[in-house]
Design a protein around this ligand. Structure first.
Ligand SMILES: Cc1ncc(COP(=O)(O)O)c(C=O)c1O
Length: 438
């Protein structure tokens, strides 16, 4: 088959029947026709090879087509594909729960329970529901709201949208979202808000160390320590949303561990299965679990999904966690991030580049708008998430053989742990080239 012809046909069929996520179909260009993936590389239908510098939306931890994960999926599928997890159990779910609890940040009280769901958003929904219903079950009926950080993103379902910042994504739904309290992203600012409202809180929710969708905004461990200490002292559950940061992305297995803090609820997804299957989990303390144990059946957590604890997803996640340890993925990602950051260092001082930053394997900088002669203020980051430059930025990176997907004018990379030195250098070169895209 002529691959170029195949690509055209696929894209034309796609245009007739598909609706893509986070895509403006009126103006965004045709989607990439992807026919294969191995390691850090995607193969396109026209024969081009492109480095996946965003790890398939931050999911692909080890690399594409990792044989150990595909093997684990096949073996598990042949044994047991799925069973309703209400009233049944199976080895992959139990083994994965044990492994996750052993790997989770250690605290007092420790995380002792695992509730499985499908993706990052559902992991967050489950955490919110657990915290809210547990407060009510304990008779703390005044604890009816959540405190979240400015700029936070926790997913696209309604509870997750509610705790997320309304901008840039959720403004159309604002009338339907429940109110939450919001604190600034600095220790003193957070403490001031928390001290005023903690008696009303069912929980605090935070993306530890990196606010991904907000544009890879990074904060130090001090903020996380302040949040954890305040929550602990006031008896307010802390939800750590490590959907993005978990499994090594920040250079530690969990971002919370890097700050030496432990949450009461921990949300994981994305890297949990390294993109080889969809799965998510919410880890909880025994005290939260106990709030639902009662003679009255109606006090249960009335929540579940068709695919909860899918055995194939669990088997893949168990193998992925083993790989994480065998290959020291956090250290590997740290080294990858450091190499890309070093290669980008000459950009410091570039008139269009602001705030080159890194946390583990995540490297980012902000693009300031080139200053048109007629604009007196100039120099401000141009256009926010919905910048018209987005398609041009993506196209330029692709010309250089790298898949980047800037968050508005935040240019970032977080490639998989298998990315080699030459690929890191190509990613850095593509990022650098975007500094001059107008
Ligand atoms: C911190 C965080 N929480 C939750 C989510 C939602 O995850 P999903 O897209 O798997 O629903 C994301 C997705 O980017 C995320 O970054």
């Amino acid at each position: 088959m002529n691959p170029a012809a195949g690509s055209g046909d696929l894209v034309a069929r796609d245009a007739r029947c598909l609706w893509h996520p986070y895509t403006q179909h009126a103006t965004d260009g045709a989607p990439l026709a992807v026919v294969g993936a191995r390691g850090a590389t995607l193969t396109l239908a026209d024969g081009r090879e492109v480095i996946d510098a965003i790890s398939a939306w931050w999911t692909c931890l080890h690399g594409h087509g990792e044989p150990r994960l595909l093997d684990a999926a096949r073996r598990q599928g042949e044994r047991l594909d799925h069973v309703a997890f209400a009233g049944a159990t199976h080895e992959p779910a139990v083994a994965l729960a044990e492994a996750l609890l052993a790997a989770a940040p250690r605290g007092t009280p420790p995380l002792t329970r695992v509730f499985f769901s499908d993706d990052g958003s559902t992991a967050v929904e489950v955490a919110l529901k657990i915290a809210f219903q547990a407060a009510a079950a304990r008779g703390a009926t005044g604890r009816r709201t959540f405190l979240a950080l400015a700029g936070s993103y926790h997913g696209d379902t309604f509870g997750a949208m509610s705790v997320g910042d309304r901008e840039p994504f959720f403004a159309p739904f604002a009338p339907l979202l429940f109110d939450v309290l919001r604190a600034p992203v600095d220790p003193a600012g957070f403490a001031a808000v928390f001290d005023r409202c903690h008696e009303t809180l069912a929980a605090v929710i935070v993306e530890p160390l990196v606010q991904g969708a907000a544009g890879m905004r990074m904060h130090g461990v001090e903020l996380l320590r302040t949040i954890a200490a305040r929550c602990r002292a006031a008896g307010v559950p802390l939800i750590a949303d490590e959907v993005f940061t978990g499994f090594g992305r920040t250079g530690a297995l969990f971002a919370c561990a890097k700050a030496g803090v432990a949450p009461d609820l921990l949300c994981v997804a994305k890297g949990l299965t390294s993109a080889a299957a969809p799965l998510a989990a919410t880890l909880a303390t025994e005290a939260l679990f106990d709030a639902f144990r009662a003679p009255e059946r109606r006090r249960m957590l009335a929540h579940g999904h068709s695919m909860t604890a899918h055995p194939i997803g669990c088997a893949v996640a168990l193998e992925s966690l083993a790989l994480c340890r065998e290959r020291d993925v956090p250290a590997r990602l740290e080294a990858i991030g450091a190499r890309i950051e070093r290669a980008l260092a000459p950009l410091r001082g570039h008139p269009h580049v602001r705030d080159l930053r890194r946390c583990g394997g995540i490297v980012a900088f902000d693009l300031a708008a080139p200053v048109p002669a007629a604009t007196p203020s100039g120099g401000a980051a141009g256009g926010g998430y919905f910048t018209e430059r987005a398609p041009r930025l993506r196209a330029r990176a692709l010309e250089l053989g790298v898949l980047l997907r800037p968050l508005g004018t935040a240019i970032y990379a977080c490639p998989p742990a298998c990315t080699d030195d030459a690929q890191c250098d190509r990613i850095a070169a593509a990022m650098a080239a975007l500094a001059d895209v107008t």
